[in-house]
Design a protein around this ligand. Structure first.
Ligand SMILES: [Zn+2]
Length: 206
């Protein structure tokens, strides 16, 4: 089985200056670029996910009338209300310009009625196409980096583990939102409990 680098949501809106910025997110870009080089050298694919919302996505506080950062309910599923972000076709939805080119892009969050933290499935279980892509390329091992540790990285990793992938999470290639100060730490614990290997890029031997 092959391996792939999976870069979660490294988009302008989640980086410094974006509408939903994750603090210190630019620190992870050189780490990820090094990994892209390594995977390229090994002829292993580099796959990126993109949060890719229609302008009227109902996870947006502005659309649903909720308060930013508060927990509500969207079609019966718990939902945090976010500022408008990663709207299809906007600069905010583009991958960060300092990120080296990737081989494949998987879009998620395209249905206005349901959010999708995971790169594999929406919150209501609709597949994004990532699993199909991985199957086609006979990929069994994922090295995961990106934004944010406590949301999209976590849910992507947990779904990957439940689908039977071997998962490595490169800690210094991820950054969390930390609405609560310990959220990233707890997220990494959850991923580890689920079977992921957490390691730093310097420990990586590929
Ligand atoms: Zn989103």
């Amino acid at each position: 089985m092959n391996k792939a680098l999976l870069i979660v949501d490294l988009q302008n809106d989640f980086c410094e200056g974006g509408s939903l910025e994750v603090k210190n997110s630019s620190n992870i870009i050189p780490v990820i670029n090094n990994l892209i080089d390594k995977f390229r050298q090994g002829a292993s694919p580099v796959i990126a996910t993109k949060d890719w919302h229609p302008f009227d996505h109902r996870s947006f506080a502005s659309v649903s009338g909720g308060k930013i950062g508060e927990l509500g309910s969207l079609n019966g599923i718990p939902q945090i209300w976010w500022p408008d972000h990663c709207v299809q076709g906007t600069e905010g939805a583009e991958l960060h310009p300092d990120l080296k080119p990737v081989d494949e892009i998987i879009h998620k969050g395209t249905d206005p009625e349901v959010d999708s933290y995971s790169g594999f499935f929406s919150a209501s279980g609709q597949p994004t196409g990532l699993e199909t892509l991985l199957k086609k390329q006979e990929i069994g091992t994922l090295y995961v980096v990106g934004l944010a540790t406590d949301y999209c990285v976590k849910f992507t990793v947990l779904d990957a583990l439940s689908l039977g992938y071997k998962v490595f999470v490169i800690e210094d290639g991820c950054q969390g939102v930390n609405l609560n100060p310990r959220d990233s730490e707890l997220a990494l614990d959850d991923m580890k409990k689920g079977g992921a290997v957490i390691l730093s890029s310097s420990e990586l031997d590929i």
